[in-house]
Design a binder for this molecule. Structure first.
Ligand code: APR
Ligand code: MG
Length: 270
């Protein structure tokens, strides 16, 4: 596997011309935040905003709409009735943060898979995919080792004992771009493999993966190819974690703070 610098990946991000308007900076749709897990979709949405997406739209449980827009007024919130219309105007759908696996979640999962646009699948979207495996080259899957184990029908220990083999098997089985998370995150698309050497154990905290999902979805919305978007998201996320650990301590590596640091590190592009 290769390891490129953050600057290398930042330079792949299309520049924002002075004539940009919100539509040209990328519209994305995030789906999740089932009961008791609103925070997950909130973190993914925040990260989409702090990494430069033009319009961040969310489909979540009806009871969460008010709280979400109050917490972050830039967000546009919808319910499942609006799915077809919002999916038609989105460049990419990110699904999974706080999704759960109940009937509501299963319906959101299937209607998303029926859409012919790029997708990012995370968390319970991966657990649902593991139950009915299929291939698609137009998606990014972001499993942590436990989710990877379910996707391959094996144990977390087996995944961790040979991560390169695991990411290859995941790509062979599911297609697309696989991001195998954890210390030394791997990104693989069937041809190129990237190893991220940044990041730290302070990032082992609930919600950190949701921030990564928002960032990768945002970079796809801004026009990057899926592999570059995944590599940039992983690198920026990990370096932001290291920045916070240096400024504070590993206990200071909090997902909502990390989302804000990502926008600072975006300026490292030449
Ligand atoms: N070193 C470097 N990076 C790390 C480390 C480490 N020791 N530990 C974690 N990370 C990074 C991972 O690479 C990944 O990007 O932090 C992120 C953690 O993501 P997740 O494991 O998905 O954690 P989380 O955000 O809590 O997941 C939220 O979704 O996956 C489900 O069941 C899970 O309910 C949970 C929810
Ligand atoms: Mg997760």
């Amino acid at each position: 596997a290769e390891s490129h610098s953050l600057k290398y990946w930042l330079n792949q991000l299309p520049k924002t011309p002075a004539s940009s308007h919100k539509g040209t900076r990328g519209t994305l749709l995030l789906i999740g935040g089932n009961h008791h897990m609103m925070g997950a979709i909130q973190l993914a949405s925040l990260a989409a905003l702090t990494t430069g997406a033009g319009l961040v739209k969310i489909i979540t449980q009806t009871d969460h709409l008010t709280a979400l827009t109050q917490a972050q007024p830039e967000l546009m919130t919808y319910t499942q009735q609006d799915f077809e219309q919002q999916a038609a105007s989105a460049k990419v759908i990110g699904i999974g943060p706080g999704l759960d696996q109940d009937d509501w979640a299963v319906d959101r999962f299937h209607e998303t898979l029926n859409q012919d646009i790029p997708k990012v699948l995370d968390a319970d979207a991966l657990n649902l995919l593991a139950k009915s495996p299929q291939q698609d080259d137009d998606w990014v899957l972001t499993p942590h080792p436990g989710e990877a184990a379910r996707l391959l029908g094996t144990s977390t220990e087996a995944i961790q004992s040979n991560r390169i083999e695991a990411v290859k098997r995941l790509q062979q089985k599911y297609g697309g771009v696989i991001v195998l998370k954890g210390n030394g995150t791997l990104v693989y698309d069937g041809k190129q493999m990237e190893l991220c050497t940044a990041g730290n154990a302070g990032m082992a905290v609930g919600g950190m993966g949701d921030v990564l999902t928002g960032a990768i979805t945002s970079f796809i919305a801004q026009g990057m190819d899926l592999y570059s978007a995944a590599c940039l998201g992983v690198s920026l996320h990990a370096h932001s974690g290291d920045t916070l650990a240096n400024q504070k301590s590993q206990a200071g590596v909090i997902p909502s703070d990390l989302a804000l640091v990502m926008s600072q590190l975006l300026s490292y592009a030449s």
